[in-house]
Write a protein that binds this ligand. Structure first.
Ligand code: NAP
Length: 375
């Protein structure tokens, strides 16, 4: 197992590992993370196989994630070899409306805090973490560009924004000569495929590499939930999903333990067994084949979990296995407006029934092959 191959991030020249390491599990402040020695072994496991792309955020585990990552980078002497990503948006001082948000004041203040915690002079990839629904894209992109010119960040990323907002930000960057957006971070897995409706095309057309977060659906696809060994609604095993599903987090983002999702896990279990790989590896390999994908952002609370995930690109699932996973995880039919317009039947009405050859398949929406199922 090794990660000694790299891919370009979007249309930038930055070389990143196709599997990146999430550090949201560094620290137990949220009730489901790793202790320091375990986090250190996870970090070492990743860099020992050649991984170079690590991800944090200003408020992961209330700042412990960035602090430990900074310490580990310093202790290992590997800071300059790593592509360090972190994020701003969430509020570090409740009651102060400028201590969070996408605005210039929040960005520059959070950036300074992250640089100190990470014990570095520069962030390789700085993300807007989540859209605040208020700040104009002009302000964000101008401030990001200023931070690049000041040498505090190298590349710009967006996370959890609508696709229209990302397209506007990128177009502004191109027309005004700001540093463009290199990465778009979105939730994407066999359980969550909405990224295919807009973000895959956004990535390819506008040159942003997709970075998929929670690719194992926060542990649901990891192999610890085996439908063949328990009833479909069983809540078993120990891990984050037990904590988050009991902790009042809003579904569907955090409560992954519904019947629809267990049907997907059941098919994943069969495919993985037939392919002779772990369930986590099958789920990640399926995901890496998706349009626009640059890097899969995995998490772990134990080094052996990461070792399992790092083997995900050492083989290729067969077309038949991919098709079965596509079918099992297809979105409910019909797709919502306007996506139900973009079908072959509709296209034939537009082209007058004449076949038009495109150089590459464009606007590939997920196939809908099964009716909606209630959770
Ligand atoms: N931009 C955003 O809004 C956003 C949101 C979320 C995450 N992220 C980023 O994405 C990264 C990854 O997210 P994630 O942690 O949710 O990813 P994930 O890979 O979907 O889930 C990781 C969790 O699954 C379990 N697991 C993983 N491998 C396993 C194995 N082989 N066997 C058994 N259990 C296994 C572990 O949890 P347990 O041991 O507790 O079961 C582990 O912490 C984060 O660290 C963060 O950097 C970004």
């Amino acid at each position: 197992m090794s990660l000694n191959r790299y891919v370009l991030l979007g249309r930038s020249g930055l070389r990143v590992s196709p599997i990146s390491l999430g550090t949201m599990t560094f620290g137990n402040e949220w009730g489901w993370g790793a202790a320091r020695d375990s986090a250190r072994r996870i970090f070492d496991t990743y860099i020992d196989v050649g991984g170079n792309f690590v991800d944090s955020a200003n408020l992961y585990t209330n700042g412990t994630s960035e602090t430990w990552l900074g310490e580990f980078m310093k202790e290992s002497g590997r800071r300059d070899k790593l592509v360090v990503a972190t994020k701003y948006t969430y509020n570090a001082d409740p009651g102060d409306p400028n201590a969070g948000g996408n605005q210039r004041k929040s960005l520059l203040r959070t950036l300074e805090t992250s640089l100190k915690r990470l014990q570095t002079d520069y962030i390789d990839l700085y993300y807007l973490h989540s859209w605040d629904r208020m700040t104009p894209a002009e302000e964000v992109m101008r401030t990001m560009d200023d931070a690049v010119r000041a040498g505090k960040i190298r590349y710009v990323g967006l996370s959890d924004t609508p696709a229209w907002y990302a397209a506007r930000a990128q177009t502004l960057a191109q027309w005004r000569g700001f540093e463009p957006v290199a990465a778009m971070q979105v939730e994407y897995s066999l359980i969550e495929r909405n990224a295919e409706l807009e973000f895959a095309d956004l990535a390819v057309e506008l040159g942003m590499g997709l970075v998929a977060w929670s690719p194992l659906a926060m542990g649901l696809l990891s192999g610890k939930y085996k439908p063949s060994e328990a009833g479909p609604n069983a809540k078993f095993g120990e891990g984050r999903l037990q904590v988050t599903s009991a902790g009042g987090n809003p579904p569907p983002g955090f409560d992954k333990l519904g019947a629809r999702n267990f049907a997907i896990v059941a098919e994943l279990e069969k495919v993985a067994r037939e392919a002779g790989v772990s369930m986590a590896q099958a789920a990640l390999n399926w995901l890496y084949g998706k349009r626009g994908m640059a890097s899969i952002l995995v998490g772990a609370t134990k080094p052996e979990q990461l070792t399992d995930s790092l083997g995900a690109l050492d083989f290729s699932l067969s077309d038949e296995h991919r098709a079965r996973l596509d079918a099992a995880s297809a979105p409910p039919s019909p797709l919502p407006f306007p996506y139900y317009f973009y079908t072959d039947v509709q296209q034939a009405r537009i082209t007058g029934g004449v076949e038009v050859e495109a150089h590459a398949p464009r606007y590939a929406l997920p196939a809908v092959v099964r009716p909606a199922q209630a959770d």
